[in-house]
Design a protein around this ligand. Structure first.
Ligand SMILES: *Cc1c(COP(=O)(O)O)cnc(C)c1O
Length: 404
């Protein structure tokens, strides 16, 4: 047997396009909510691959589905449909407002499909000036040119101009400001029920309800980007269910595959007609391997045990984080829903989120940031209580160090 190529963290700097700055260790194995690096050091995983590994690492049901499908059929191309994709579509339809599903491979692609649908629908209706998209400051919708332009963080889009036009940004949670820019030329409004990358900022219920009414009044589509909030993350299958506001189009990815790349756009029968044969597509979208995995993920997550368990775990995290904050007051606010939790740093610690997560790594816990001033937690939805306790104890040691 040939020896595998020796790799270290330095290899990343030597060989990889430098769009990321990964941690200075390499993880090699995971089980549940624990991961281990090349040196055998253990970490409690409070990041879950950025809200992706919703069932932790190497979940037996998901692994079994992957292995079984891997021995059967991986890919066909869209000239041939397959059983796993149809079963997953039916599961999503039965559990949500949706009547039709389009599968793709990522969150950005799901949003791309949603925005294209909105533009084409208006055009199909003969309305040539109804092409305006309303989006929100600080939003994140992906990295394709269209979705990065819809996103509300110019630092991600400005270097790639000229950008697709017809997109207006307005302040999040400001209904009056939205009402000023939504009009009969608006084809879609795209919004995250909780802004994830932007700092874990939940929408107010009245804001989403108001957007729903504005969209109805002006015949615009309301698109909920639930790529991060979706699949149980907030304690309901999708966050729209808690808000009681039903979108026209919903996008989902991240936790849908628990690490196997897959995304989906959910919509109604009527709107789905817009994307008629040949008008949109993707090579891998809906392939049997990805959809078999996602079907297994769905069958575990969409159960009262797991969804109720998210609410329980939310409380464990909040209790533990509040206790840490009593001892070392570094958070001005702890917010979010379910297992999408953001801790806003006080002025004294502004800009130190990254440094805190680096210290957390040293103490053996993996956490995320959401901008420079927010520490974010998006662990597995089934993380055991023992791991929450141990991870928070390690996190507390990191906080103690930044405070000393
Ligand atoms: C992660 C994310 C995306 C982009 O998903 P990719 O799979 O990286 O393309 C889009 N929207 C939201 C809200 C996200 O959190």
């Amino acid at each position: 047997m040939e020896q595998p190529i020796a790799v270290t963290r330095q290899s990343f700097d030597d060989w990889m396009v430098p769009v990321y700055a990964p941690a200075d260790f390499i993880l090699v194995r995971g089980e549940g909510s624990q991961v281990w690096d090349q040196q055998g050091k253990s970490y409690i995983d409070f990041a879950g691959g950025i809200a992706v590994n919703a069932l932790g690492h190497a979940h037996p049901v998901v692994t079994a589905a992957l292995v079984e499908q891997a021995g059967k059929l991986w890919h066909l191309g869209n000239g041939y449909t397959n059983e796993p994709v149809l079963r997953l579509a039916k599961l999503l339809i039965d559990a949500t407002f949706a009547e039709k599903v389009f599968f793709c491979n990522s969150g950005a692609e799901a949003n791309e499909a949603a925005l294209k649908l909105a533009r084409k629908r208006a055009l199909d209706n003969g309305n040539h000036s109804k092409n305006q998209i309303v989006a929100f400051n600080n939003a994140f919708h992906g990295r394709t040119l269209f979705t990065v332009s819809a996103g509300g963080q110019p630092k991600y889009s400005k270097d790639f101009a000229p950008l697709p036009g017809g997109i207006t940004h307005t302040p999040f949670n400001d209904l009056a400001a939205a009402a000023e820019v939504i009009n009969d030329n608006t084809c879609a409004v795209i919004v995250e029920p909780i802004q994830g990358e932007g700092g874990v900022l939940p929408a107010d219920a009245a804001f989403l309800q108001g957007l729903r009414e504005l969209c109805d009044r002006h015949d615009a589509l309301l698109i909920f980007d639930e790529v991060q909030t979706g699949m149980g993350r907030t304690g309901d299958l999708y966050a729209y269910m808690q808000y009681g506001v039903v979108p026209d189009v919903l996008t989902t990815a991240k936790a849908l595959g628990c690490g196997f790349p897959i995304g989906a756009m959910l919509t109604t029968d009527e709107l789905a007609k817009t994307l008629s044969v040949g008008t949109h597509g993707t090579t891998y979208g809906g392939n049997p391997l990805a959809t078999a995995v996602a079907g297994a993920v769905f069958s575990v997550i969409n159960t009262p045990e797991v969804l109720e368990g998210v609410k329980q775990r939310h409380k464990w995290f909040l209790d533990g984080l509040n206790k840490i904050n009593q001892q070392y007051p570094i958070f001005s606010e702890i917010r979010g829903g379910g297992l999408l939790i953001g801790c806003q740093l006080t002025k004294d610690y502004a800009g130190k989120a990254k440094q805190i997560t680096q210290l957390a790594n040293e103490e053996g816990v993996i956490a995320l940031i959401a901008g420079p001033d927010v520490v974010r937690f998006t662990p597995s939805l089934v993380i055991p209580e023992q791991d929450v306790k141990e991870g928070l104890a390690r996190f507390a040691r990191a906080v103690a160090r930044i405070c000393s």
